[in-house]
Structures are given as structure tokens and as C-alpha cells.
Design a protein around this ligand. Structure first.
Ligand code: NZQ
Ligand code: ZN
Length: 386
């Protein structure tokens, strides 16, 4: 196990009705809160009214920025930053899925910066700070509620970039599984695939850490067990609760404390969603199984064997190649059972420019750490996925 530094500053309040704490928790940061939310889900569910009431009961002035897009846009970050400056905001509170929480992080950073916040996402400047951020999570997927990452799209430059700073971990996040009962079958599937892929990004690694791998396997098995139950019975508390904290743990440092992020799946998916505005989970569902098929080789067969036996329950056998291939087939079948897309065509991407997509993904010589992929490899995976 290699040396590592582990720290996560976000406080988590987990469970039914923990939302009732939002007024008191927010008040600790001041009296002016910017409430950030998405298109319509929190108004439909009644969460918007509930949160407003709880904040106002503590004498908090609530300003708001609604309408955050799935795959949030840089324009929302600029607008939110300006609102924070105008109203002397003390806390940026994101209520929604990963897009809303990611936007809240960008907004809180833009609030204390004089230039254009795209400077952060294009890695031109390092952030020197941010307003305090908090979240109420309504969709189990990204882990944004307990990490510092923020992914934002610039449609003008066709870029979707991930960025984070030491200041963008939420101060606290409220995770009430009942808030995810209303998440659609499709978004639940996207969340399951996103959680699994966050785990793959560390599990498929050349760095050895027994403990790390067993934690990864526990999260994958939990998601594989409870995903179908949540799809069948959306109001099943145990299923929603297990999915919720699995998604949080998958990208809060716990799965990657002694490993480097693999990268191919997320980097190439962000290129796909920058070009085609598809859901993050859809892009990952298309790419990851084809990536596995492409990279399986003699050198990494033990890892795929372990994945097949420990995660998918394939019977151990002397024929390692057979077992490893069965594990990958299980990924395809599981995603199919969730009704997730397995080809670019399934999400309406027909005849893309494979060279351009591969070139945007592979910015240096190669992409990925577990198996280093050239532009040609990435192009092949994309063609394979068409
Ligand atoms: O906009 P509203 O009306 O809220 O509807 C949303 C949206 O349409 C809906 N939704 C959310 N909670 C709901 C609900 N519908 C019914 N009931 C609820 N309780 O779901 C749709 C998708 O929401 P979104 O926030 O976009 O989904 P997700 O949480 O999957 O976030 C995706 C974004 O996060 C980024 C992705 O790239 C993408 O932009 N990621 C962020 C990461 C991070 N910060 O660490 C890591 C990830 O790998 C990922 O890249
Ligand atoms: Zn992801």
C-alpha cells in the first residue's frame, strides 16, 4: 500500500427527516443563503417549500437560483456568483442532484473571484477560496455531496471539465433516502452505473491495496444487490438508503485512498456529454463494458478474474480467461437489466466523428493508468460502442 493523505471535511447527516435540521445548520454560517436548485423536481416533491420554511423559521433571508441544467452550464455559475456578490451571501445551499451541487461549488468559488469562473474549469487559475457550501442530496449518483469536485459544461467551447479545490467540499450534506423515492427508473439506473464506475476508476489499478479492493467490492456488491430492488420498488427505504451511501462512499476518498484515478471512462464520457448533452450515467453505461472488453489481456487477467469471482459471483475455475470474460458479460447483462444504454445508437448518437472524440479524450500521449490507451485505442472503443 503506498503512502497517502486522507482527509474529508464534509459532515454528513444521514436518514429520514434529517432535512429538518437545515435551518439550524445553515444559520451557523450567517443570515443570507443562496438556494440553488434544478428544473422542477424539488418543487414537485414539496422539498422546495419545506426547505424555505425551515430556513425562514431561523430568520434566514433566502435568495435563489433555480433552473440549473443537468450537466450544469458555465452561465449558471456566472449568474450565481454575481447573485452572491450582490446579496452578500453567507452560504450556498444546493438542493438536488450532482448537477445542482456541482453548480453550487462553482458559484461559491465565483463569488470570491473577480475574473470569469471558467478560468477555474479551464485550469487557468487556482481558486483562492469559496463561500461555504452545503447540500441536500436528492439523487444518489455522483458523490458530489462529500467531495470537492465540480463538473461544468461550456457549450461555446464544447468542453465539459471537472475541477475542484480545497475549498469546495460541502461543509455539511443532508442525505435523506426518502428524498430519492421520486427519482425515475432511468435516473436511478444512471446513478447505479455512475457509482459502479467511480469504483472501477480505483479498483482497476496496478497499485496493490487489499483493503482498498475489498472496500470497492463491498460497495459494488451493495449496489448490484439493491439497484434492482429500488427499480422494482422505488419507495423501498433499505434499497434507497444503501444506494445513497454507496454513491457517497464511492467518490469521497474511501475507494481511492492508496490508488490513482484510472480515468478513461470519466474523461471520455465528459467528452461525449459535452458534444451530445447526454446523461453522465448513460455515457458511462455505454463505455465501461466496452472498455473492459478492449483492455482485458494476459497482464491484467488476474484483476478481471477477481472482479468476476468476488463481485459477480462467477464460479472459480482454472480457465482464468473464461472466468474473466464471464465477469465482463455480467456487466453487460446487469446494465441491460437496468434498461441502460449499451451503444451510442441507444442514445441517438449516429455516425459521430470518432477521430475528433478520441482526440478530445486523449490530450496527452495516452489516456488511463490501468492500461494506457492511445487515440487509436479510444477510437476503437468508441467504434466498438457504436
Ligand atoms: O433538475 P431537476 O428538476 O432537479 O431534475 C433532475 C434532473 O433532471 C432529476 N432529479 C434529481 N433529483 C430528483 C430528480 N427527479 C426526481 N426526483 C428527485 N429526487 O434528475 C435529473 C438528473 O439530475 P443531475 O443532478 O444532473 O444528475 P446527477 O446527480 O447524476 O449529476 C450529474 C452531473 O454530475 C457530474 C456529471 O458529469 C453531471 O454533470 N458529476 C459530478 C461528479 C462530482 N462532483 O464528483 C462526479 C461524477 O463523475 C460526475 O461527472
Ligand atoms: Zn461519474
Amino acid at each position: 500500500m503506498k503512502n497517502f493523505y486522507f482527509y474529508n471535511s464534509t459532515k454528513v447527516y444521514f436518514g429520514k427527516d434529517e432535512v429538518n435540521k437545515i435551518g439550524k445548520l445553515s444559520k451557523e454560517f450567517g443570515s443570507n443563503v443562496l438556494l440553488v436548485y434544478g428544473k422542477s423536481s424539488i418543487k414537485k416533491s414539496g422539498l422546495y417549500d419545506r426547505v424555505n420554511k425551515l430556513l425562514k423559521a431561523e430568520g434566514i433571508n433566502v435568495f435563489e437560483l433555480g433552473g440549473i441544467d443537468p450537466n450544469p452550464r458555465i452561465e449558471s455559475i456566472r449568474e450565481g456568483g454575481n447573485l452572491c456578490k450582490k446579496h452578500s451571501i453567507d452560504l450556498v445551499l444546493g438542493v438536488g442532484g450532482g448537477s445542482v451541487i456541482d453548480a453550487s461549488k462553482g458559484i461559491a468559488s465565483a463569488a470570491v473571484y473577480d475574473g470569469d469562473p471558467w478560468d477555474f474549469y479551464s485550469y487557468k487559475v487556482e481558486s483562492k477560496g469559496a463561500l461555504p457550501i452545503a447540500s441536500i442530496l436528492t439523487l444518489s449518483a455522483t458523490g458530489s455531496e462529500m467531495n470537492g469536485g465540480s463538473v461544468v459544461t461550456n457549450l461555446d467551447t464544447k468542453e465539459k471539465n471537472g475541477w475542484g479545490s480545497p475549498y469546495t467540499n460541502p461543509k455539511f450534506s443532508i442525505l435523506d433516502p426518502t428524498l430519492t423515492y421520486s427519482v425515475s427508473k432511468h435516473q436511478t439506473g444512471c446513478g447505479i452505473v455512475d457509482t459502479l464506475t467511480h469504483v472501477y476508476e480505483f479498483y482497476f489499478s496496478n497499485e496493490k491495496s487489499y483493503l482498498n479492493d475489498r472496500i470497492c467490492e463491498a460497495i459494488m456488491k451493495t449496489v448490484i444487490h439493491y439497484g434492482p430492488i429500488a427499480l422494482e420498488d422505488p419507495n423501498n427505504y433499505e434499497a434507497r438508503a444503501n444506494l445513497m451511501f454507496s454513491s457517497t462512499l464511492a467518490l469521497n476518498g474511501l475507494t481511492g485512498f492508496s490508488k490513482d484515478f484510472e480515468g478513461f471512462n470519466h474523461i471520455t464520457e465528459h467528452v461525449l456529454s459535452a458534444y451530445y448533452d447526454i446523461a453522465h450515467g448513460d455515457g458511462l453505461s455505454i463505455l465501461a463494458p466496452h472498455w473492459m472488453k478492449h483492455i482485458l489481456n494476459e497482464d491484467n487477467i488476474d484483476k478481471f478474474y477477481e472482479f468476476a469471482v468476488n463481485v459477480w459471483g462467477i464460479t472459480p475455475d482454472e480457465d482464468k480467461a473464461y472466468v474473466a470474460a464471464q465477469g465482463i458479460s455480467s456487466v453487460f447483462s446487469f446494465y441491460r437489466s437496468l434498461e441502460m444504454p449499451l451503444s451510442l445508437k441507444d442514445v441517438g448518437i449516429i455516425d459521430p466523428d470518432f477521430d475528433e472524440l478520441a482526440a478530445k479524450s486523449v490530450k496527452r500521449e495516452t489516456l488511463g493508468r490501468f492500461v494506457k490507451l492511445t487515440k487509436e485505442d479510444v477510437k476503437d472503443i468508441l467504434i466498438f460502442s457504436k
